[in-house]
Structure formats: C-alpha cells, structure tokens
Design a protein around this ligand. Structure first.
Ligand code: NAG
Length: 319
C-alpha cells in the first residue's frame, strides 16, 4: 500500500492545472505586428484568434472588437505562428511548408492548433491589458540556440515512432510519422506590471518569477500537422518540410506571438482552473468556453500585404 501512495503523489505533482482552446487559422499575411508594427515586410505568418489584427500592434480593446476564430468567444487574443519559407527572415512567426519541388511550396495548414493554459495554480495575476509576448528564437539554427528548459520546444511524431533519442529534439522527426507531426512551445509566465514589455520565464529563475515580476498563467502552443496526407510515401532522414524562418527539416526557429485579447470576466474564470488534475472550461459573459465560433473571422484588410510566399520575399527585399 505504501508504494502505491508514493506513486499517486508523484503523478499528482507532475500534472499541471490547465485549460485549452482550439483555433482555426483565418489569415496568412506578411505582417508581424510585434516585430514590424505598421509594415508589410515580415515573412509569412499564420494568424489565429481575433480577426481585428492588422499590421499595427493592437490593444486588447481593439482585438476585443473583432471576431474570434477560436472556440471560446471570451478570448479575443491573437495567436500567430510563422508561415512562409523565407531565407531572409529575421523575426516573426513561421508557417510550415511542404517542399514539393525546388520552387514549389505548399502551405501545411495545421490540422489542430491548440492553446493550453497551464500552472494556473501558480498564477498571481491575469494577463495585463495590452500584454504581448514572443516565445522561441526566430533566428535559431541549431539546438544550442534553443532553450528547451524554458520554451519546451520540441518536435515529434504524435503517435510514434519516437526517434528523439537519435536526433536533436528541435529537429523534425527523421522517420515517417504514423500520424501527425506535433510541436509545442511555452510562453513566458512572469511579467513586470509596471512595464509589461518586461517578461521572463520562471523556469529560468529556479521556478520563481524574478523580483518585481508577477506570475501569469503559462500559455503553451500545441500544433499538429497532418503531413501523412500530404506526403503519403513518408520520408527517411530530413522530411521535405520547411518553416518560413528555417531550413528544410529543421524546427529550431519555430516561434510564436501572443497578444492578449481576453475579456476580464473570463480571465477571472481562467484563474479558477487551478486543479492539478481536472480540466476546466473557461466561460464568460460572451458564451461558454467551447461554444465555437459563429461570426466568420476574416482578413479585415484583404487588399493589403500579401498571402503569396514569393511576393512576400520580394516585399522584404524592397524594404
Ligand atoms: C538565437 O539564435 C541565435 C543564432 O541565430 C543565437 O546567436 C542566439 O544566442 C539565440 N538566442 C538565444 C536567446 O538563445
């Protein structure tokens, strides 16, 4: 009996308090409102969340006027990931491409894009108004440029086979996945309330926020790409997949942006998801947390910028 108790306690300690939201991509565009506000000069990004996002860095209030592509009508945050292949990109959030030929890039639209909120029991405050953060390193070219200890960044075959013992953990799998390819990325969970541009990882500071910072829920991106339908014959070695920011088969430069669009009343409920072993739906005045999107999110400025990879590279060269 005693060993059983020990095992139970150990398991309870590793399960983190959480909730999650699923999102549909509604736009691909050569903008990065955090890194290049006001400009059409970024590599391509995929956008999820509030469709009020434009090239300009939005406030929380502006995002809340938009339509959410996620299933929770109380979360008008914007989530982006890098989109189109670019050899000149410096920063942003990349989209994944299937490299079908030398100049033939087919966008891989994630089958599932989920945002998890974890360690909520450790959070001291909700996300401040107008908070935004970047996770990952858009210029990373090797495993040593990646900090898995803070960001958790790793790529693997969701349903096996597991090959990370034979490769760097932020490379894409070197074996054909039996199902989806999955990648995860954790966001900073400490913020200075007097200057919200100042944020950090508790994991980089012995599990506590640095002095003067407060702990917020930890956002984690989880992206699943159904590459089996695109590449039915599979691969051996580097897969013919390329992030907008990196080289074929490499996943080092994967990164993400988050701009807070949560309504205050729903964030109060988000902070209640503190159970270590029970998932909680986050409801709010605008609906149930799994109500789904009905407003038809779309690009608000369809004539501005580009969703074409080659054009986006030209636009980066011109600026
Ligand atoms: C990001 O990657 C670059 C390589 O392009 C590296 O020099 C830098 O140290 C990395 N940044 C971090 C925080 O690891």
């Amino acid at each position: 009996m005693i060993p059983l108790v020990v095992v139970t306690c150990t398991l309870a300690a590793v399960v983190t308090a959480y909730t999650d939201i699923r999102h549909k991509r509604f736009m691909i565009k050569n903008i990065d409102p955090i890194v290049y506000p006001g400009q059409y000069r970024s590599h391509m990004h995929s956008f999820f969340g509030s469709d009020a996002v434009t090239k300009d860095l939005s406030t929380t209030a502006e995002l809340q006027k938009g339509c959410a592509s996620g299933e929770n009508p109380n979360d008008l945050s914007v989530y982006c990931k890098p989109s189109i292949p670019s050899w000149k990109s410096t920063k942003g959030i990349p989209t994944l491409y299937y490299v079908r030929g030398p100049n033939d890039f087919v966008e891989v639209n994630p089958g599932m894009f989920s945002t998890y909120y974890e360690n909520i029991d450790k959070a001291e405050i909700p996300y401040p108004q107008d908070f935004f953060a970047i996770a990952g390193n858009a210029t990373a070219r090797s495993q040593s440029d990646v900090n898995e200890g803070t960001t958790g960044l790793t790529w693997w075959c969701e349903n096996g086979p597991e090959d990370r013992q034979n490769r760097n953990r932020a490379l894409m799998p070197r074996v054909t996945c039996s199902g989806n390819i999955q990648v995860i990325l954790r966001f900073p969970d400490c913020v200075k309330t007097s200057n919200i541009k100042n944020y950090a990882y508790a994991a980089a500071n012995g599990g506590r926020c640095p002095a003067g910072m407060k702990r917020v829920p930890q956002l984690r991106f989880s992206v699943r790409y159904n590459v089996r339908s695109l590449i039915p014959k599979g691969w051996s070695g580097a897969p013919p997949l390329k992030l907008a920011c990196g080289e074929v088969g490499e996943g080092y430069c994967f990164h993400g942006d988050f701009i807070n669009g949560w309504f205050d009343d729903a964030q109060k409920n988000l902070l209640k998801a503190t159970s270590r072993n029970q998932w909680l739906r986050v409801d709010g005045a605008r609906g149930e947390g799994k109500a789904g999107t009905t407003c038809g999110p779309k690009d608000r400025e369809p004539t501005k910028g580009t969703s074409d990879y080659i054009t986006s590279v030209d636009m980066m060269t011109m600026s």
